[in-house]
Design a protein around this ligand. Structure first.
Ligand code: SAM
Ligand code: SF4
Length: 474
């Protein structure tokens, strides 16, 4: 009997990935410039793209067409979302795993991996370290194991929210863990999670089978594909999808992601909150087949096309990528990055090299401290943001609101970004970062029209600077 026989799928669970259809959409000649221009224009009018239109952009490989796509993605990002970048940190809680995903250092057959699960005091210690440098948003990451059931995950979430150091607190806890059943999602929702992330890894069935052995929990394609539909039905409407790039043709995976986003939107009238697009990194004992590795140019195309196709969804670019690539790719519509990340279990407090392969799931490409990343963002004209306001005020689907409601960014997102930046500058920043940040704050404030919002915001920034008041969100 399958280990999943007793697990329940969502209502009318459906494997909506038709490999032949997606491959067919990517076949045929490259489009001409006029066709690319039409699709790009539609996206700039804030209309999400369908699979055919996304495929057309994926087939556009001529340098001038790629430039057109890059320019449009930058423009859409600027026009719709402004210049905020939200910052978070991953916190790996445990690396026990019953699965055997061939690309992952945590796979059960990897005897070299040092297995460890943080005890509650250790978890708290990690969170304290993260708060001390200024983090406000975390994603807790778990292997798949009976020990990491929904009750355990929920207890971790509650512990994290309870940690306070000085002005520090974690205001949003997201999760990346195994798919749950209905009851599991209800439990983690009740613990106050933000986004529940599950990456399909690959949407291509045959490749999925190759990397995820049959008989393992993760070996069931539909159980995973359906994972976020179950979340939606259990009331977790804030979900993140993703694919691991390097397992199969990147263009196919891009269509898979868009198909997944469209499916959630159609079925639940709420698309995914975020899309992640991790690229394969070296991992303990993993021998890579490089056939489908994605080069930097194609990776940037991928980000730009996702921005245009799914304009109401946040895009997450992680520290798997190196600093230079992150800096370049940011402008194509990335909305969130992690910074100061350590993925070794206990890595935020325990001295030592964050790059010991036997203690990590894979190797990171950008291990710069949060303050350095913030300074670079400021130098490039971005507003680093730790905002968590929408989710705490019940304004879920915030990216959708930013996208769809005129004036939303002006009224809420920019003021909240500036207030949380002010907190960072006052409580945690190095003198250089503080100076750069105060300059940016003044410039951003000057851009706001005279009126009650501006004076209210200026007042709040002043209160943060000069008093103990914090968390003054709109
Ligand atoms: N165990 C949970 C699961 O598989 O859903 C949590 C996921 S894992 C800790 C987080 C993600 O890391 C995976 O979904 C996968 O996409 C990614 N990952 C695994 N191995 C990787 C590697 N070698 N390089 C880059 N990303 C990797
Ligand atoms: Fe386990 Fe997740 Fe790694 Fe697969 S990707 S081996 S499920 S931790």
């Amino acid at each position: 009997m399958s280990p999943l026989a007793e697990m329940t799928l969502s209502e009318n669970a459906l494997d909506f990935i038709d490999d032949a259809r997606l491959i067919g959409l990517l076949a045929g000649p490259a489009p001409d410039a006029a066709a690319v221009r039409d699709v790009v224009a539609k996206s700039l009018e804030k209309h999400p793209l369908g699979l055919e239109e996304t495929a057309l952009l994926l087939k556009a490989d001529a340098p001038e067409q790629v430039e057109m796509i890059f320019d449009a993605a930058r423009e859409l990002k600027r026009r719709v979302y402004g210049n905020r970048i939200v910052l978070f940190a991953p916190l790996y809680v445990g690396n026990q795993c019953v699965n055997d995903c061939a690309y992952c250092g945590f796979r059960r057959s990897n005897r070299a991996q040092v297995r460890r699960t943080l005890e509650t005091p250790e978890l708290i210690h990690q969170v304290e370290a993260l708060e001390k440098v200024g983090h406000k948003r975390l994603i807790l990451v778990f292997g798949e194991h009976a020990a990491y059931d929904a009750a355990f995950i929920s207890a971790c979430v509650r512990s994290v929210y309870g940690v306070r150091v000085g002005h520090g607190e974690i205001r949003r806890v997201n999760i990346n863990a195994a798919p749950q059943d209905d009851e599991g999602y209800r439990a983690v929702k009740a613990a106050g999670i933000g986004t529940y992330q599950i990456f399909q890894e690959t949407y291509h069935h045959e490749t999925y089978r190759r990397y995820h052995p049959a008989g393992t929990r993760k070996g069931d394609f539909l159980w995973r594909l359906d994972g976020l539909s179950r979340a939606m039905e259990a009331g977790c409407d804030d979900v993140g999808i993703g694919a691991l790039f390097g397992l199969y043709d990147w263009r196919f995976e891009a269509l898979g992601l868009v198909a997944h986003a469209l499916q959630l939107q159609e079925r639940y009238h709420c698309g995914p909150h975020t899309i992640s697009f991790p690229r394969m990194r070296p991992a303990s004992g993993v021998k890579f087949d490089e056939k489908y590795f994605v080069n930097d140019r194609d990776f940037k195309r991928l980000i730009a096309i996702l921005r245009l196709s799914v304009p109401y969804t946040g895009l997450i670019l992680t520290a798997r990528e190196n600093a230079q690539l992150r800096r370049e790719a940011m402008g194509f519509g990335v909305s969130q990055i992690d910074a100061g990340s350590r993925i070794e279990i206990g890595g935020y407090t325990e001295a030592g090299d964050a790059q010991v392969m036997e203690r990590e799931q894979f190797q990171l490409g950008d291990v710069r401290p949060l303050d350095t990343v913030i300074r670079e963002l400021l130098a490039d004209g971005y507003i680093p943001s730790f905002c968590t306001s929408c989710y705490r005020l019940g304004r879920t689907g915030e990216h959708f609101m930013e996208f769809a409601i005129p004036g939303f960014i002006k009224r809420f997102c920019t003021p909240n970004a500036l207030a949380t930046l002010q907190e960072y500058l006052t409580d945690y920043a190095s003198p250089e970062t503080r100076a750069a940040g105060e300059k940016l704050l003044a410039a951003e404030l000057a851009k706001i029209d005279e009126g009650s919002l501006k004076s209210d915001l200026a007042g709040r920034l002043e209160r943060i600077r000069t008093t103990e008041e914090r968390d003054l969100y709109f």
